[in-house]
Design a binder for this molecule. Structure first.
Ligand code: FE2
Ligand code: FE2
Length: 201
């Protein structure tokens, strides 16, 4: 058992978020496939596998510390009416992970726990890379989101996360996303056609 209970708390929260990310990306990959967006579906599927590897690493860490993983509550998968809204929700989610790992790595460093700091720092850098990839993807879709990647700016992270989640859940209620397949498909195909036109394909 770890001597610092806060480290166990960070690990527990990380496991819940990583497993939620698996559920989210896997769901979104299926949605994109249903909309006929094969390439986004492939990328989101890859993302879900990466998040599963993160969850596996956290489980490994917990087991090594003699702690039984016990994530019991997953975050509902963020869904939306089009690819843009999915990616914006993903970005907000990645920022939450960035913030968590930043806090965990900072705490570990302050306590002189170098193994823990390294463990969380590596995850932090990988989630920052995910967030950067999403900003690039969103920029390709031509809608800047204007949020900061700097984990120190927690207020910005919090605000953007809450705003994105409120908007996504509002869209989900309003649009009945799961049952409006035709409209979703047409919108998704328009997004893809616009993206292809911009890319000269
Ligand atoms: Fe992750
Ligand atoms: Fe991620």
């Amino acid at each position: 058992m770890h001597s610092d209970p806060r480290i166990l708390g960070y690990l527990g929260r990380a496991l819940s978020l990583e497993l939620s990310a698996v559920q989210m990306y896997s769901t979104q990959a299926r949605l994109c496939a249903a909309w006929g967006l094969d390439e986004p579906a492939r990328r989101l599927r890859e993302e879900s596998l990466e998040e599963m590897q993160h969850a596996d690493r956290i489980i490994g860490r917990m087991v090594a510390l003699g702690v039984a993983p016990n994530a019991s509550q997953l975050r509902p998968a963020a869904v939306g009416a089009d690819l843009m809204s999915l990616l914006q929700a993903d970005y907000a989610f990645e920022l939450e992970l960035v913030q968590l790992y930043y806090d965990a790595a900072t705490h570990s460093a302050r306590q002189g726990l170098s193994d823990d700091r390294l463990f969380f720092q590596t995850l932090l850098e990988e989630e920052q890379a995910h967030a950067r990839e999403l900003t690039t993807w969103l920029a390709e879709l031509d809608r800047p989101i204007g949020a900061s990647l700097d984990p120190v700016l927690s207020a910005t992270v919090q605000t953007s996360t809450e705003r994105a989640q409120a908007r996504i859940s509002g869209d989900a209620d309003k649009e009945g996303w799961l049952n409006s397949g035709q409209a979703n498909r047409r919108r998704a195909q328009r997004d893809l056609a616009a993206q292809r036109a911009r890319n000269g394909r």
